[in-house]
Design a protein around this ligand. Structure first.
Ligand code: MTE
Ligand code: CO
Length: 425
């Protein structure tokens, strides 16, 4: 019956299950690799329109955009989550990405007062407070200072925040999509602080945004001198307006709220300012009623993006499971994946660059026979830290928290390939 030889490394098991699926008449569930030799495929035998007619010339796309067939690959918001779209969030479509870099147009956005539109010629950065010489920089001044490029993840502390009390949102875009990973280019903050000259009692910095919310946060000076960048570019071009054009703070490994966008002022002080964003928000209410402050670091976390509720399994036999892992404390050293809700674990294949405080890509190549799966992933980082189960996290933190939920995610994949967000007891 089968005329063509199947690709060499297709397993016997995959072939058998494909045959079984065909026999059982399972609509849409077949092996895409075995080929259907019975009738000729017009996509092979007939000349198509895109071969017959000339395509667009080079004058049609001065700035390129994705194929029209990729229209579904977009940031999405959840309208009931916030009262207004200006103080809100949309989410990165993690299940549509590959590799480790988030395309600029798909980076989630989180604003407290909408997207400020700032003419770079009118933008100023002031450094004042406990310094020898208060300074004001133009964007041109900043671009004449020594610069560097780094790839880092930015995760909002509220990522997965809806999931504290149990499985809520159906899709990794919504449960985990408040994270992105791009290459930033900018000037180390240390260079600017040294130019202003720090007073001996300088201990803290206050970063202030130039948007309508004037968002501000206190940052320990030590971090500011260590690896903070003031970035004007992402992914090789100017920052996008929604990511803080023309200037934003990059605070590697620390919660997204500290990465002040549209950065207009840095004040040097000897203690934290106790701003709204570090007292009433971005603190963690513990089970005993005390509140944990200054939880800066984002601990190791991972998520399987494929399969997931927005990315069903379409074929039996050969499949690629994929996902992201990241840690605010260093590099990802290992990712384990379970297909049976944590009973058995297999070490995933880490692929592509493994960088400090960056998202890392993992894959697990597996055969699916149509059985129910409970898919999980567990990241480990270079400090030896292991991503906890949600139950372990709740033992320490209770259920009052919103922020810093890095617990292990479970997707229940059903026999038809569709999956949903579940939590194991
Ligand atoms: N900076 C200013 N000026 N205004 C803001 O509303 N939001 C913060 C931070 N910096 C914010 C800001 C929060 S809570 C996060 S998670 C990140 O920016 C989001 O960055 P992004 O929009 O590039 O994803
Ligand atoms: Co945030």
């Amino acid at each position: 019956m089968q005329k063509h030889r199947p690709p060499g490394n297709l397993s016997r098991r995959a072939l058998l299950s494909a045959a079984a699926a065909a026999g059982a008449g399972l609509a849409g569930v077949r092996s895409g690799l075995a080929g259907e030799a019975a009738k000729p495929d017009p996509l092979i035998t007939e000349v198509q329109d895109w071969q017959r007619y000339l395509g667009d010339g080079v004058d049609k796309r001065p700035y390129g955009s994705p194929s029209k067939f990729e229209k579904h690959v977009i940031r999405r918001d959840v309208s009931w989550l916030t009262a207004s779209a200006e103080s809100s969030v949309n989410f990165t479509p993690l299940h549509e990405l590959d590799g480790i870099i988030t395309p600029s147009g798909l980076c989630f956005e989180r604003h407290h007062g909408g997207v400020a539109e700032i003419d770079p010629a009118k933008h100023r950065l002031m450094i004042n407070g406990l310094v020898d010489k208060p300074l004001v920089f133009t964007m041109d001044d900043i671009k004449r200072m020594p610069r560097t490029s780094r790839i880092h993840f930015l995760e909002c502390a509220a990522n997965s925040g809806m999931e504290w009390r149990g499985a809520q949102l159906n899709g990794c875009q919504f449960t985990h999509g408040m994270v992105h990973n791009v290459m930033y280019t900018g000037v180390p903050l240390k260079v600017l602080l040294e130019e202003a000259g720090l007073r001996p009692n300088a201990m803290w910095l206050m970063l202030e945004g130039g948007d309508a919310s004037g968002m501000n946060r206190s940052l320990p000076l030590e971090k500011g001198l260590n690896d903070v960048l003031l970035a004007f570019a992402m992914n090789g071009e100017a920052l996008r307006p929604e990511q803080g054009y023309p200037l934003r703070a990059v605070i590697p490994g620390w919660e997204g709220n500290l990465w002040v966008k549209w950065l207009r002022r840095i004040e040097v002080g000897d203690q934290p300012w106790q701003t709204r964003e570090e007292t009433s928000k971005y603190t963690d209410l513990l089970a005993d009623g005390r509140s944990r402050k200054h939880t800066f670091v984002m601990d190791a976390k991972s998520v399987v993006t494929n399969p997931s509720p927005q990315a069903p399994l379409k074929y039996r036999g050969r499949n690629v499971l994929s996902g992201f892992a990241w840690s605010g404390r260093g590099t990802v050293t290992r990712v384990d994946v379970s297909l049976d809700g944590g009973r058995n674990w297999r070490t995933a294949r880490i692929d592509g660059p493994v960088l400090d405080k960056s998202m890392t890509r993992f894959y697990l190549d597996f055969d699916w026979g149509g059985e129910e799966l409970m898919v999980q992933s567990r990241a480990m980082d270079s400090t030896g830290y292991v991503q906890p189960a949600k139950s372990e996290l709740r033992k320490v933190r209770g259920v009052n928290s919103i922020y810093h939920n890095n617990g292990i995610q479970t997707w229940l994949v059903r026999g038809n390939g569709e999956s949903e967000n579940v939590e194991l007891g």
